[in-house]
Design a binder for this molecule. Structure first.
Ligand SMILES: [Fe+2]
Ligand SMILES: [Fe+2]
Length: 190
């Protein structure tokens, strides 16, 4: 009979060493180690189509237009505000599922802010985790989440329409999909 040590050794050789691959998210540029790309980027939430093998990744070179620079700055403000709202809502949630959801949303929106500052070539903004910017009532925060995501989608759809750079179109297309995913989390809950 095999003991635990030999089972781990088997598993180590046959799965982790042979099949672990390095993936990279085209949107947030974070890495992921696995034998297959995840359905969603664990950092920014981008859909699987944006998770490519890291060796195939190339950072696109382009010049940012004034219109997209202004729109990215506005998007950055939205992402920072939404991240801070979600961290507040996580602290005040009245059940573990919503606390977990809000905390994860806070981290995803923070990653969106990081993605945007990379394109703006500026420093990451401070994102507070204890700002008083949400309700004490979980139900109110579910509704505000829905409103914030709706607002983000509306703005990003306009920014996408105004963008002429392929990279900026790709980012707004991906982030709109992600914010729509977020919207679905609270639909019908308040
Ligand atoms: Fe990502
Ligand atoms: Fe976002």
């Amino acid at each position: 009979m095999q003991n635990t040590t030999s089972l781990n050794f088997y598993s180590f050789n046959c799965r982790w060493v042979d099949y672990l691959k390095v993936f990279k998210c085209k949107i947030c540029q974070e890495g992921y180690l696995g034998d297959a790309p995840p359905t969603h980027c664990p950092f920014c939430g981008a859909h699987q189509q944006y998770m490519i093998e890291a060796r195939d990744f190339e950072l696109p070179e382009y010049t940012l237009t004034d219109v997209s620079r202004r729109n990215l700055e506005e998007a950055l403000d939205l992402e920072v505000s939404n991240a801070e709202f979600y961290f507040c809502a996580a602290d005040r949630a009245d059940n573990v599922a919503d606390a977990t959801m809000f905390k994860r949303l806070g981290k995803v929106e923070s990653e969106h802010a990081s993605t945007i500052v990379k394109e703006l070539k500026k420093q990451s903004p401070d994102i507070s985790r204890d700002r008083d910017m949400c309700s004490n009532m979980n139900l109110d925060n579910l509704e505000e989440s829905n409103q914030r995501e709706t607002n983000a989608i509306r703005h990003y759809t306009r920014f996408l329409g105004e963008a002429t750079e392929d990279r900026i179109k790709e980012i707004f297309t991906a982030i709109i999909e992600i914010e729509k995913d977020h919207l679905s989390l609270t639909d019908g809950r308040f």
